[in-house]
Design a protein around this ligand. Structure first.
Ligand SMILES: *[C@@H]1O[C@H](CO)[C@@H](O)[C@H](O)[C@H]1NC(C)=O
Ligand SMILES: *[C@@H]1O[C@H](CO)[C@@H](O)[C@H](O)[C@H]1NC(C)=O
Length: 376
């Protein structure tokens, strides 16, 4: 076994120790989050933006917004009659358009053919009540003239795919390591929020294409709950046995039952794409720890695991910890994977450390003093 691969496999074996540390940190956070919630906007469940959303839309304020019912005419105008020039892409819910509402709000509009269904309304109403700064919010819906339409907030800078491996945008953006870590933290918090709902919500279709970034490169996870919505409203059940989905947990393929743990697997594949800078096309059949380690080993020994564009912009320790976390998220059996709550804590630890290193090198600010106090 070569040295680097031994380190990785050894590292994965040391996973339990790491998990123990992470549990400790989660515990620490829980004890201290009351004191910190005012100062530190980055602590998962004590996220002030969530609190703001709650006080704005919560029952006490009496202005709970809920899902707005749009008319097809309004959405038709917003998209210049669903013109091709308004087209943003194609997703699991059909074509996606950019729209400009009369009040000036820019939105993303997803349209698919479908007869009106009461389940559609109740599901969308439920989904529209989920607010978090790292989730794309559903604003409303429309069921008219043989179409089902969903209206979402618009996230201006597109999906992480565009910035990671879309060659058309070649040198326009190069996400550096710390940016990738920030995006990973944001996306993890979005998933963590879903898993913390009562009852927990499984995303079911988490993938890099569903992680959108705004102008500040803050991550917003899209399409939460849409896979389940489609299962409910599609007449013949989930008919689309879509082509191989590399993000899907192989264990779900066998049992058909998605869980928080299968979201964690999908998140691991997302982390893998973040660190390789490539679509994880060739990991399709990695259904066991052994094949996963073998794949990572071979990439390490041929020096093709880490995105070349990252050269010189990361610490070995930070990268090693990220690879280790990626392997844990993708490991088998699913119940041995870390919970998203722990993934958030570990990613934040890696990010803070990476930031602190930059501070030492003279680039950063003193805003990370809190981070170093927290983790010592
Ligand atoms: C992303 O946002 C930046 C500004 O923060 C902008 O310059 C850039 O063009 C945007 N890229 C895309 C693909 O939208
Ligand atoms: C796979 O690896 C994880 C740690 O990364 C470990 O907890 C789990 O027990 C391993 N599974 C098997 C089947 O060896």
């Amino acid at each position: 076994m070569s040295k680097p691969s031994a380190a990785i496999v050894g590292g994965a074996a040391g996973a339990l120790a790491l998990v123990a540390i992470v549990i400790g940190v989660v515990w620490f956070y829980k004890i201290h989050c009351k004191n910190l919630s005012n100062k530190n906007s980055e602590t998962g469940s004590s996220d002030p933006s969530a609190i703001v959303e709650w006080s704005r839309g919560g029952p006490s304020s009496g202005v709970r917004q809920g899902a707005r019912l749009f008319t097809l005419e309004e959405l038709d105008q917003a998209t210049k009659h669903f013109d091709e020039s308004s087209l943003l892409g194609y997703g699991s819910f059909g074509l996606v358009y950019k729209g400009l509402l009369r009040d000036g709000t820019v939105v993303a509009i997803k349209r698919r053919p479908g007869a009106p269904r009461q389940e559609f309304v109740s599901e969308v109403t439920y989904l529209s009540e989920i607010h978090h700064r790292n989730l794309v919010t559903i604003l409303g819906y429309c069921q008219e003239s043989g179409f089902q339409v969903l209206v979402f907030e618009y996230i201006p800078n597109g999906s992480v795919c565009n910035h990671l491996y879309d060659t058309r945008l070649e040198s326009s953006t190069k996400l550096e390591f710390k940016q990738r870590l920030s995006i990973a933290v944001g996306a993890a918090k979005g998933l963590c929020h879903l898993h913390g709902l009562k009852p927990p919500m499984v995303h079911k279709n988490f993938k890099t294409a569903n992680v959108l970034v705004d102008e500040d490169f803050i991550a917003h996870v899209a399409d939460a709950g849409i896979a389940k919505l489609l299962e409910k409203i599609e007449e013949a059940g989930p008919s689309r046995t879509s082509s191989v989905n590399i993000f899907q947990d192989p264990e779900v393929g066998a049992s058909g039952v998605a869980s928080e743990m299968s979201d964690v697997h999908s998140f691991g594949v997302f982390l893998l794409e973040l660190l390789t800078g490539q679509e994880a096309l060739d990991i399709g059949s990695l259904g066991s720890n052994e094949s996963l380690f073998q794949w990572v080993e071979s990439r390490l020994s041929s020096n093709t695991l880490v995105d070349r564009r990252l050269a010189g912009s990361f610490t070995g320790e930070g990268m090693r910890d990220l690879i280790r976390l990626t392997l844990q998220c993708m490991s088998f059996p699913g119940r041995r994977r870390p919970k998203m709550e722990m993934v958030v804590v570990e990613l934040e630890r890696i990010k803070e450390k990476e930031m602190a290193m930059t501070t030492v090198m003279g680039e950063g600010t003193d805003t990370f003093a809190l981070g170093s106090v927290l983790f010592t």
